[in-house]
Write a protein that binds this ligand. Structure first.
Ligand code: TYM
Length: 339
């Protein structure tokens, strides 16, 4: 039985826990902006309910949510063409997540590498929300019948789990109601690594600020962070194959490629044999030239929080128009009596 035609619809989200990083920008936001020119409906969300799976100071959460919104607007998300809102304003996310908590299996959650990374050795003390997080993420996407989810590499497993939840729901209830969502993980910036340790991803919650570039860093800070970025002593190789087993070198080449919309091959063709004394300042200049306009605009937008809040509220109204009938139909399929 087919309930719906699945028209292409993009959904993606960012957690407002700490500021935006270059990883968020290259792995997700840049792609989101570009997808506005493709023939899809686009829905982008500051996922504040995900943020509270670990402790958040309430004032910092409010500020972080506005900062995500400002970052997305500054990078080119156009609220006239995309829906932009914060998750908690649309209560249907939590309601669908509950249904999915009853569809997903405990074993599926236990296999999620991000839970293992975040909860660490102390998983008994982690919040129940952190454990159930991927089920809420599946609800975020499927509440809109999202067909495409542009994310960085680290979210691939969660999008695959979203497919498993959709398939099990459809199978258990004998419907074809939820689409099998595709992750969209493309380009050289899908896994930006920590500047001090190329085996770890760049993250907003890492221990040292020197390991990441924040979207609000000023030019001097960006230059200093790239200058101090860990590398090996060898110059850049003649071909990309020469970057194998050189995680830090590969990361800086990938960042350069992501910022210029080039392949790593093209960057190596330009810089083959160059030393770090040449490449690092070029990378820092490039990063400043690409990020400064975005961060300047972000700061301008953040001066008017009421305007950001209005934009998010209007986005939530549009999101609810799509979400409500999908949740209503889900409740009907499940057998909940409703008016
Ligand atoms: P979050 O907030 O950790 O990251 C937001 C987006 O940025 C990407 N990203 C990176 N990409 C490349 N290199 C990096 N170092 C890097 N760090 C972050 C992430 O892959 C992501 O695309 N669970 C999600 C938020 C979420 C979501 C959703 C995403 C909640 N519901 C529904 C898509 C669809 C998260 O924690 O992302």
């Amino acid at each position: 039985m087919t309930d719906v035609q699945f028209t292409p619809r993009v959904f993606s989200g960012i957690k407002p826990s700490g500021g935006l990083t270059l990883g968020n920008y290259l792995g997700a936001i840049k792609r989101w902006v570009a997808m506005q020119d493709e023939a899809t409906e686009n829905i982008y969300c500051a996922v504040d309910m995900h943020a509270v799976t670990v402790w958040q100071d309430p004032a910092a959460l409010r500020q972080g949510t506005r900062e995500i919104a400002a970052g997305l607007l500054a990078a080119g998300i156009d609220p006239g063409r995309s829906i932009l809102f914060n998750q908690s304003r649309v209560h249907q996310h939590a309601e669908l997540a509950w249904v999915f908590n009853c569809v997903a299996r405990v074993g599926w959650m236990t296999r999620m590498t991000q839970f293992k990374d975040k909860a660490g050795a102390n998983s008994e003390k982690a919040s129940l929300g952190l454990y159930a997080y991927p089920s809420l993420m599946a609800a975020d996407i499927l509440l809109y019948h999202g067909t495409h989810v542009p994310v960085g590499e680290d979210q691939k497993q969660h999008v695959e789990l979203t497919r498993d939840i959709a398939a099990k729901f459809n199978h258990d209830y004998g419907v074809d109601f939820f689409p099998l969502t595709q992750p969209v993980i493309e380009g050289p910036g899908t896994r930006v690594m920590n500047l001090r340790d190329g085996s770890k991803k760049m993250s907003k919650s890492g221990d040292s600020d020197m390991e990441r570039i924040n979207m609000l860093d000023d030019a001097d800070t960006i230059a200093k962070k790239f200058k101090k970025a860990k590398t090996d002593p060898a110059p850049l190789p003649e071909t990309v194959d020469g970057l194998t087993d050189r995680a830090e070198a590969k990361n800086l080449v990938d960042i350069y490629a992501g910022l210029t919309d080039q392949t790593a091959e093209a960057v190596i063709a330009d810089y083959a044999g160059a030393g770090w004394g040449t490449f690092k300042p070029a990378l820092a200049d490039l990063a400043v030239s690409k990020l400064a306009p975005v961060s300047d605009e972000m700061k301008r937008l953040l001066n008017d929080p009421a305007e950001i809040d209005r934009t998010l509220e209007q986005g939530a109204d549009k999101a609810r128009d799509i979400a409500a009938p999908i949740l209503d139909r889900t409740y009907e399929i499940v057998g909940f009596l409703s008016s």
